[in-house]
Design a protein around this ligand. Structure first.
Ligand SMILES: C[S@@+](CC[C@H](N)C(=O)[O-])C[C@H]1O[C@@H](n2cnc3c(N)ncnc32)[C@H](O)[C@@H]1O
Length: 364
């Protein structure tokens, strides 16, 4: 039976996530700020978690009903076939949000649902439970979803070194997609930090499954089929001659990125060097994509230095990177302009409490 599966993303990247979902054969039924809805069953839930690079979280909608007061919520919650989805031996936690509804007390609503689960199914309730139910009560309509991911999906299990201002893997993957990167060209990141863009790009080229090395909340549900999940995880990698280059002026970042790449199994495809942007040269071979997330959003006094940095980046790219495309992520349009490159700005994208934009340039 098909149900709604909601793929969560950072507001501003919905179109890229919908695009990735379609490319993976999912049926997209809607896009709202912060996510994309696809339709499917449990096999699609597993596949969305394991195979999509852009989704931050995958929520499976398991029930929807109206409730105008707590007694009604209690009665309807008790009627649900909890055992079809949850296991009596796995702890659960319930998170409720309510909006424009007669039931306005989220904690009281959560308690009713928790009690229905413990008394009807027997599953324990715990704040540290591996399985979370996300309940929305909007206009008196109660929607119950299971968070099938657990830890956010940007945690692929490889990036133990994160550096100062790391980009999330999920966001990096969607930014690469927005730059039309499809795994068939080299990628260079001259301010690579923890190496997120470079490692994502190498994994995409090698056809590695993003969820190959981590666990998911859906593995704790009654619906899981371990053999089917193992088959989704164990896809063979592709051979590629492409190489992916990261550099940074900070030696700690270079070391950390190198170790992250090793954990991700892409050492042979990646190379990290200590270098300042002013010393950047393109690798031998055909042009590809320069992908950068330079420093920004610092203290006011730093902005002057940043203007110089963006300016020097622009001139290095103009002088040495003919034929390469550029994707640059910053929250500061003035700094992007300081590159003096012909850039096209995306809509704003939510990133760690800031609004950034992706600035793209066609072949330089
Ligand atoms: C916002 S962080 C990049 C984070 C990275 N995208 C990640 O996912 O970890 C910016 C990086 O630029 C580096 N950087 C700053 N000025 C530089 C310069 N002149 N040359 C090279 N790297 C520089 C910093 O050391 C820092 O690692």
């Amino acid at each position: 039976m098909a149900f709604d599966i909601f793929l969560v993303t950072a507001p501003g990247l919905e179109a890229q996530l919908a695009d990735e979902a379609v490319a993976h054969g999912f049926t997209v039924t809607g896009t709202i700020p912060g996510g994309v809805t696809v339709s499917g069953g449990w096999p699609e839930v597993w596949r969305a978690n394991i195979a999509l690079r852009g989704a931050a979280r995958v929520l499976a909608r398991i029930a929807e009903f109206r409730a105008f007061h707590l007694a009604q919520l209690d009665k309807r919650a008790r009627k649900l076939a909890w055992g079809d989805v949850l296991r009596p031996d796995v702890a659960v936690r319930v998170e409720v949000s309510t909006k424009k509804s007669k039931i306005y007390h989220a904690r009281a609503a959560a308690q009713r649902i928790e009690r229905a689960i413990t008394e009807e199914l027997g599953a324990p309730i715990s704040a540290q439970a591996p399985v979370a139910l996300k309940v929305r009560i909007d206009d008196n309509l109660v929607t119950i979803s299971v968070d099938t991911s657990g830890e956010s999906l940007h945690k692929r299990g490889h990036k133990l070194f994160t550096g100062k201002a790391p980009m999330r893997e999920t966001m990096a993957a969607l930014m690469l997609r927005a730059c039309e990167y499809d795994g068939t060209e080299p990628v260079v990141d001259p301010m690579c930090g923890s190496g997120t863009f470079v490692i994502e790009a190498a994994e995409i080229a090698a056809g590695l499954v993003p969820g190959r090395d981590r666990s998911f909340a859906f593995e704790q549900l009654a619906t899981v089929d371990a053999a089917a999940v193992a088959a989704l995880r164990d896809r063979p990698a592709r051979e590629t001659d492409l190489r992916f280059y990261g550099s940074d002026r900070d030696q700690g970042a270079v070391k950390g990125a190198t170790e992250n790449a090793a954990r991700a199994g892409v050492t042979a495809l990646t190379r990290f060097d200590r270098a300042a942007v002013s010393d950047l040269h393109p690798p031998e071979g055909p042009p590809g994509l320069v992908m950068i997330n330079p420093p920004y959003g610092g203290r006011i006094g730093d902005r002057k230095l940043l203007f110089a940095l963006y300016g020097s980046l622009g001139s290095v790219l103009r002088d040495r990177f003919a034929g390469w495309r550029l994707g640059l992520v910053t929250d500061d349009g003035g700094l992007a302009k300081a590159t003096d490159l012909d850039l096209e700005a995306s809509a704003p994208i939510a990133h760690g409490g800031l609004k950034v934009k992706l600035y793209r340039a066609g072949p330089i």
